[in-house]
Design a protein around this ligand. Structure first.
Ligand SMILES: [Zn+2]
Length: 423
């Protein structure tokens, strides 16, 4: 008797009776036979409602539990079905595992915690499971937390962003809270239908309480926001405006590269000349040109100095990009004045990409001014964007977008997975 209660505690089980112990030589695992205590039996696996018995389901089954030392442990129990008034015949709930799971609740929680806090290979080796399995677990743990919290309560100032995953073929719409700095909503897609779902989830009353919405200048976002949250001030995401400047800079860089490489058009055939000499230098200077000036390595400083000396046009493009970054760094009235000066400079720059950019900025000037006035954090959008893109790499091998979204929510949503046995 004493022995069984020690095992019950060693496995962190509650509402559960340990019936017996065995060692499965083939599986090299400890098998702990269990059953739910009386009050925890005959409940619907989906809603927990007490229900009449239906049948024995598929008989006895096993759940992988946390290892004891280096030895695998499985819980083994009957898995009968009940007839729920709402859900019909359903496998009965068990106190030690989530519905439909092949792992115990503690195992799930540890796997989710490791997915958030350690590397993919560390988690896989420690847990001895496939990465795809970790993905399914992360989705399960995420859904469990989602059922208990309301992430959309109290939102005032939000940011909407689209993030590509799967090498740019698929997209997520994500919504962040500027005040709590949390990721509060995400769904696959990049269109009005997807964003309407967010506003459906939010509800009309809470949408009316939104005061500021920052987003990039995509038309589908602007249209949906205007329709669903007409009272909110729409702010241009400075991060995306700076990305436009980087694109314009890149156009100039390609121009410089093409000139230096001596790429010529002969009839319809484009002759590619191997990058060498100046062209190679321009290509290597790419990262130096893109980077924040404060973050440059000495080598990149050197590359920039070289660009300044040898290609005044490209250098001008670089300065324009940096100056636009400055506009958003100073903000407020000073930022607006800086933007006026920037626009005048860009128009006179004789760099077609920047002349176009100036026009684009004028079109969105009201939303950009709103950003400068209301001081919505650029760093937040940028860092969330970067973190989610890193997570898309971690989630590579997961099945479908749901585990990726769950992982992002666990990592950035403010409700992290708990470690088993600890609160
Ligand atoms: Zn039910």
């Amino acid at each position: 008797m004493r022995e069984k209660s020690v095992w019950r505690r060693a496995c962190g089980l509650s509402d559960t009776v340990v019936e017996g112990l065995d060692f499965d030589d083939a599986a090299e695992a400890v098998i702990v036979s269990v059953r739910p205590v009386a009050k925890a039996r005959r409940r619907c696996g989906r809603c927990g409602r007490r229900s009449a018995g239906y049948d024995q389901g598929e008989g006895r089954r096993r759940w992988r539990a946390l290892d004891l030392g280096s030895t695998r442990v499985f819980l083994e129990a009957d898995a009968p079905r009940v007839r729920c008034r709402l859900h019909g015949p359903t496998v009965a709930r068990v106190p030690w595992a989530r519905h439909g799971a092949g792992h115990t609740r503690d195992f799930d929680d540890l796997a989710a915690w490791l997915a958030v806090h350690t590397s993919k290979s560390a988690a896989m080796q420690l847990l001895r499971v496939a990465w795809r399995t970790v993905g399914a677990i992360v989705a399960r743990v995420g859904a469990d937390i989602d059922a208990q919290v309301d992430r959309l309560e109290g939102l005032r100032r939000i940011g909407i962003d689209e993030i590509s995953y799967k090498r740019g073929h698929r997209y997520l719409v994500v919504v962040i809270d500027h005040d709590t700095r949390r990721l509060v909503w995400a769904a696959p897609g990049r269109d009005e239908v997807t964003l309407h779902r967010f506003f459906d989830d939010l509800g009309e009353e809470r949408a009316a309480r939104l005061t500021h919405i920052s987003a990039d200048m995509a038309d589908w976002i602007a249209k949906t926001v205007a329709a669903r949250a007409p009272g909110a001030v729409r702010c241009a995401d400075p991060f995306h405006v700076v990305v436009w400047a980087m694109e314009a800079l890149d156009t100039e860089r390609s121009r410089a590269w093409n000139e230096a490489a001596g790429r010529r058009r002969s009839g319809l055939v484009l002759r590619r000349v191997r990058a060498k000499g100046e062209a190679l230098k321009i290509r290597r200077a790419r990262y130096a040109l893109w980077k924040n000036r404060d973050d440059l390595t000495p080598r990149q400083e050197h590359q920039l100095a070289w660009v300044a000396k040898t290609d005044p046009r490209l250098w001008r493009a670089y300065l324009l990009k940096e100056a636009l970054r400055y506009v958003f760094a100073v903000k407020g009235e000073e930022g607006k004045e800086a933007l006026d000066r920037w626009l005048a400079w860009a128009r006179r720059s004789r760099l077609p990409a920047f002349v176009l950019l100036a026009r684009r900025i004028v079109v969105h000037r009201a939303a950009i001014d709103a950003t400068l006035e209301h001081d919505l954090s650029q760093g937040l959008i940028e860092s969330t964007n970067t973190k989610i893109r890193l997570l898309t790499r971690v989630a590579f091998g997961f099945h479908g977008p749901e585990p990726l979204i769950a992982l992002a929510m666990l990592a950035l949503g403010g409700y992290p997975p708990r470690l088993p046995g600890r609160n």
